[in-house]
Ligand binder design. Sequence first.
Ligand SMILES: Nc1ncnc2c1ncn2[C@@H]1O[C@H](COP(=O)(O)OP(=O)(O)OP(=O)(O)O)[C@@H](O)[C@H]1O
Ligand SMILES: [Mg+2]
Length: 371
Amino acid sequence: MLTYLPPQISPPRIKLRPSISKQMIITLKEIHKTYRLSKTKTLEALKGVNLSVKRGEIFGIVGESGAGKSTLIRCINLLEIPTKGEVIVDHQNLTALSPAELRKARRKIGMIFQHFNLLQSRTVYKNIAFPLELAGLSASGISKKIDPILDLTGLADKKYHYPSQLSGGQKQRVAIARALANEPDILLSDEATSALDPETKHSILQLLKQINEQFGLTIVLITHEMSVIKEICHRLAMISDGKIVEQANVIDFFTRPETDVGKRFIHSQAIRMLPESVQARLSPQNKGTLPLVRISFLGDSAEAPLITYLVQNFSLHINILQAQFEKIRDEMIGMMLVELSGNLDDVEKGRNYLHAQGAFTEVIGYVQPIR
Ligand SMILES: Nc1ncnc2c1ncn2[C@@H]1O[C@H](COP(=O)(O)OP(=O)(O)OP(=O)(O)O)[C@@H](O)[C@H]1O
Ligand SMILES: [Mg+2]
């Protein structure tokens, strides 16, 4: 018995944490950036980017190498001057400020990098002190500020070490401490965890998450790794060839993608997890074949025996091809790929049941049965 399912069924969308303000702290309007490569050659790295970041959120920008991620994040603090467009940070149009006003505005935007960019001839303490010296603070004022930052970043016992005496993770902690010294409202992170081993990466991401939650610091991070987005981001944007091709709440994106680009990404990830023999029988069109359904569960329903209930109550034949649980930020997400068959009435009821449990179902292809 074959079944027809509508392509997508959506339960209500998830609300962001209440501590994230609705107010935008960063707005990029129609940002273009063209690099001049030679007298006659130019390269358009950003092609009209519009982006808004809410106060208090961790916003991830993901994309392949050369997509324009670094150019984009550097446009937020005008390390890179856009060729066209406006950068609004905390209600100020940075592109219209005088150099002195821009210097002041930049103090509220910290930045960290993949290769840490520490001053090798200065101790940890002196590295963190550097931006405070530039801001004109006295030695005693600097000292009062640095001790709590050293505690926060777990560097209290490294105060007088030099960068060459530190591990990669410790160096990145110094860079984070230095970026926090001026008590910024925004932290920009350009692949800050890309050079670190998985365990150290996790500890740095957890530190960023803690800082975000404790101080309400807005973080914009760029990465080429979806795992980084999954671990700490509230929202994400995907950039490809200088254009934003997707913007979404992270949990929505992984459970119920809406745009074509988002769906392509999530579906191809799901399909890659199937055995090759099933992939070979998969087609995007229904040719008298079984629908391949991706079911994603959120929160408590991830632990509920949904499939058992479906089979027992709706006479459905369910062939589970793949199932996994995953943590996205602090939420448990369950994802299953199943072949479904049964009479239409049962399928409809089963689908409504899943829907009522907060699950999302989507047909992502059709599988030719083995003859
Ligand atoms: N200063 C520059 N001069 C000329 N072209 C540049 C400059 N910086 C970047 N580009 C070009 O702009 C495009 C986007 O580069 P960008 O560094 O923003 O990409 P990315 O997404 O950060 O890549 P990666 O993941 O490799 O760091 C690339 O084609 C790059 O070669
Ligand atoms: Mg880059």
